[in-house]
Design a protein around this ligand. Structure first.
Ligand code: MG
Length: 383
């Protein structure tokens, strides 16, 4: 098992749960990073004594540096700091739990520094595509999924004798707070309603992505890239209870699933202890108490984000970075009250349909596609 871990995005929902797992497993922490929550990062740095603490925002990093002046923790900022955190010599595993595209360059840097990567930052794979999977393959490192659905699939695939026996991946989706709603019913929903997820407690960006089903769209692409499966062989089924975390179907139509209570500490811990399993503080699954599990078709007409992601994935190239970039911008604008909920799907689909696709050859190409998508969303807002 890995003994030393760097956690990027340590103050977020996945980051704090990862530190609970770290406590249980008794691991050392080499680096911790945050976007701007320096109060929590300072507490974490005092407790875990990493060599490095990084705050993305430079002004906040200066504040943290003063706050930690009595410790030996080095403080850095910006992308440079994140990349340093992802490549420290002592780290055996880099857990990337930052939110959004900002995670791309640290992921590639970690692979190039021969680090195994536990990936909770799905935007990295969606936007970076082959650049990420090539870096992982060329450096002979492991990309271990932390996303609950992808961890489920990864677990179901252990012991698969040959890739040719895999028929399809089946991603489960809770359906979020707006399952079963019509376009008319969604026209005037509020940020508060969208933030009210029935099963999972997560950060704001991903909770809105769950309400719009963008999260599941991103996960289709993420699954395709992680497991090298085309979009036609990835199904989505709405499963309201979030007990089955995903399934795989083999050529003989046997289907394997991974189940558990919805608690991210299971997939986080599995990524850290893989291929071992350890005891966990997560509650045992009591199926009789749950009683029944339900399944439904997803609604691709109402939840346009899901359709846009499927389309972008089939287009390939920069299209997935464009879908992701448009969504990152639209998601933030919705949370700021500047656009309506249904605008998110319209904008993501609009960006995929109207921005010319191309094949990114380097990280800068991906960043350019992302910037074009964001500019498209802002131009629609102003125009
Ligand atoms: Mg997920």
């Amino acid at each position: 098992m890995k003994q030393n871990i760097a956690i990027l995005g340590s103050t977020g929902s996945i980051g704090t749960q990862s530190l609970e797992v770290v406590d249980k497993l008794g691991l050392q922490v080499s680096a911790l990073t945050a976007a701007n929550n320096i109060a929590l990062l300072e507490q974490q740095a005092r407790k875990y004594k990493p060599a490095l603490a990084v705050v993305f925002r430079e002004d906040k990093a200066r504040e943290l540096k003063i706050a930690l002046a009595d410790t030996s923790v080095r403080v850095l900022s910006g992308m440079e700091g994140l990349i340093e955190a992802a490549t420290l010599p002592q780290a055996e595993l880099v857990l990337n739990a930052v939110v959004g595209m900002v995670g791309l360059q640290p992921t590639i840097a970690a692979a190039n520094a021969k680090k195994d990567i536990a990936l909770a930052n799905k935007e990295t794979l969606v936007a970076g595509g082959d650049l990420v999977t090539d870096a992982v393959r060329d450096n002979g490192v492991r990309l271990l999924p932390v996303d609950s659905e992808h961890s489920a699939i990864f677990q179901c695939l252990q012991g698969m004798p040959d890739k040719r026996v895999l028929k399809k991946l089946i991603l489960t989706a809770s359906g979020g707070p707006f399952f079963g709603k019509t376009v008319d019913e969604l026209r005037d929903v509020t940020v508060e309603q969208a933030l009210n997820h029935p099963n999972w407690s997560m950060g704001a960006k991903i909770t809105i992505d769950s309400a719009s089903m963008m999260n599941k769209g991103l996960e289709i692409i993420e699954a395709g890239r992680l497991f090298d499966v085309g979009g036609d062989d990835i199904d989505v089924v709405v499963h309201r209870e979030s007990i089955i975390h995903s399934l795989v179907e083999f050529t003989d139509h046997s289907v394997l699933a991974q189940l558990g209570v919805p608690d991210m500490r299971i997939p986080i811990q599995y990524a850290i202890t893989y291929p071992m399993r350890c005891e966990s503080p997560v509650a045992e699954l009591d199926l009789a108490q749950i009683g029944r599990l339900s399944f439904f078709e997803p609604d691709y007409d109402t939840f346009l984000c899901l359709r846009a992601c499927k389309k972008a994935f089939s287009m390939g190239g920069a299209a997935t970075a464009i879908a992701n970039g448009a969504n990152e911008e639209a998601n933030a604008l919705f949370r700021q009250g500047k656009i309506k909920f249904l605008d998110i799907g319209e904008l993501v689909m609009g960006a995929v349909d109207s921005i010319p696709n191309f094949a990114p050859a380097c990280v800068q190409d991906v960043l350019n596609a992302d910037a074009q998508a964001r500019a498209y969303v802002l131009s629609r807002l102003n125009g």
